[in-house]
Design a protein around this ligand. Structure first.
Ligand SMILES: Nc1ncnc2c1ncn2[C@@H]1O[C@H](COP(=O)(O)OP(=O)(O)OP(=O)(O)O)[C@@H](O)[C@H]1O
Ligand SMILES: [Mg+2]
Length: 474
């Protein structure tokens, strides 16, 4: 260990200012971990969260000889210069890391950890299983231990765009869940962040059995709603099409068979009550069908029901649902049907041992849910509540934390572990609530490089957020 300074006046049981030995300020930085050998005998691990450089001769805003000399271009003296750091106690070393209750005495010696003296070993004490999440920022060999008991207490990952959320999910969270024998279903909203990396484990829209009305909407969109632009809800042709989609066995017919069957049924239906317009509608139908391609039709012919999808996730251990081709309502309804199935299973007292990783979470559970989002928000809340007892982990990734850009507050309350990366300025207030009590400066959070996150909450064995990063493997 390498002594860097001593504790200064005005220390408390949880924070201490440290006067830094000359030159040591060059080797010491914010977020470094230190060991304080308290004069009372305890050994306390702390983290540096703030630094200060003071030079009595160079006080700006005052006229002093040193200032005058500098103004003329002279090199200021360093003789009355001192650096200090503010250290926040993480805990007292004991059988496990315990809360320090005694005042950290002024004059106590403060040491920096050398790279080979991994302080993370103190955090692992008393944990039931060894599992790790990335490494302590700046020290690739200091892997951060996690308290695995709290994984099904759910996880939130927050960072503005490009902050590294999807990378964290891919390189850290999914591997962690897999080592702990949780199978994972990823809902890949954009089809960009997971599907290309797990090709063997990806299913697409064309595989999933979707609701007939959702399929009807999808095909109508591809057929430009038969050229009908207003009063679509009361248009007889559109209604006849939806009725057909709901009532017939079109999934078994193949594309050509489907078109033949659709024509004949619609022709029959229209000739009965709307004969005056029948020919016009049939022309619109033909034009619509000409726009429709076989691939569009095949995309809604999937046969995998929620139970098949979950079974496949267990069999392959990781299943990505690539939803890029679907419209928002379709994506939400796919999620909803799987969520409902899992909820039913848990209500029947079944353990599910599964993690649902939901990227772009505000699409499912926004600040103010509308339409289908009301259902998805509600069911995510239910899954969180049940998941704690039945081994279902919910992981939500979001660019924003709260308010317009964030996740619904009732859902957010269920996320007991949080990762905060570089946040959006609109989230300063919310992030401050979580991090400033531990001395993390919000300006610092706004500038975090990609792939750096404050790891906070139940899974973190330390009682305060730790700055972590991770390597990109594979
Ligand atoms: N640990 C890391 N080390 C180095 N670079 C990283 C790391 N994590 C992420 N990055 C870089 O950051 C970029 C953005 O990461 P990512 O796509 O995960 O962001 P995101 O938060 O998911 O953004 P969006 O909200 O737009 O989806 C990556 O392309 C990668 O280059
Ligand atoms: Mg992303």
């Amino acid at each position: 260990m390498n002594q860097i300074g001593v504790v200064a006046s005005d220390s408390t049981e949880s924070t201490a200012r440290v006067i830094v030995f000359e030159g040591k300020e060059k080797e010491t930085a914010v977020e470094d971990l230190v060991l304080i050998k308290n004069i009372g005998g305890e050994e306390i691990i702390g983290v540096i969260r703030e630094g200060l450089g003071i030079n009595e001769a160079l006080k700006a805003g005052e006229y002093r000889p040193g200032v005058a000399y500098t103004k003329k271009g002279g090199t200021p003296s360093s003789s009355r210069e001192v650096f200090d750091f503010k250290v926040f106690s993480i805990g007292k070393i004991g059988d496990r890391l315990e809360q320090n209750l005694k005042v950290i005495a002024p004059r106590s010696k403060v040491y920096a950890f050398d790279s080979n003296e991994n302080p993370m070993r103190y955090l692992s004490k008393g944990l039931e299983k060894a599992a790790y999440i990335g490494y302590y920022a700046g020290h690739k060999t200091w892997r951060i231990p996690v308290n695995v008991t709290f994984i099904p207490y759910h996880i939130g990952v927050f960072a503005s765009t490009g902050g590294g959320k999807s990378y964290l999910a891919r390189h850290v969270l999914i591997p962690l869940l897999r080592t702990l024998k949780y199978d994972v279903i990823v809902f890949d909203w954009k089809g960009r962040d997971y599907a290309p990396y797990f090709k063997e484990n990806t299913i697409g829209l064309e595989d999933v059995a979707i609701d007939a009305l959702v399929a009807a909407d999808y095909l109508l969109d591809k057929m430009n709603f038969f050229g009908v632009s207003s009063y679509r809800d009361s248009n007889p042709l559109i209604n006849a099409f939806k009725e057909y989609m709901e009532d017939s066995e079109w999934r078994n017919l193949g594309f050509e068979g489907f078109k033949v069957d659709l024509r004949s049924k619609i022709e029959k239906g229209l000739s009965e009550d709307e004969s005056k317009y029948a020919r016009q509608y049939l022309r619109k139908l033909e034009r619509g069908l000409r726009r429709l391609k076989e691939e569009h039709f095949l995309e809604v012919c999937g046969r995998k029901e929620p139970k098949d999808i979950v079974a496949e996730a267990h069999e392959k251990h990781l299943l990505v649902i690539n939803m890029v081709k679907a419209g928002s309502p379709q994506k939400l309804s796919i999620f909803l049907s799987i969520a409902k199935y899992l909820k039913e299973r848990m209500e029947k007292d079944e353990n599910v041992n599964l993690a649902l990783l939901i990227d772009e979470a505000p699409q499912y559970a926004p600040f103010q849910p509308k339409g289908l989002q009301e259902d998805t928000t509600e069911i995510i809340k239910d899954l969180c509540a049940l998941g704690r007892s039945y081994g279902l982990v919910i992981i939500l990734l979001s660019q924003g934390i709260a308010g317009d850009i964030g996740i619904n507050a009732a859902v957010r309350r269920n996320l007991n572990t949080q990762f905060f990366g570089s946040i959006h300025p609109l989230d300063i207030e919310e992030a401050s609530k979580w991090l400033t009590p531990y001395g993390v400066k919000i300006e610092f959070l706004l500038r975090l490089p990609p792939g750096h996150f404050y790891f906070a909450g139940k899974m973190n064995p330390a009682p305060m957020p730790l700055l972590m990063s991770f390597e990109l493997e594979g």
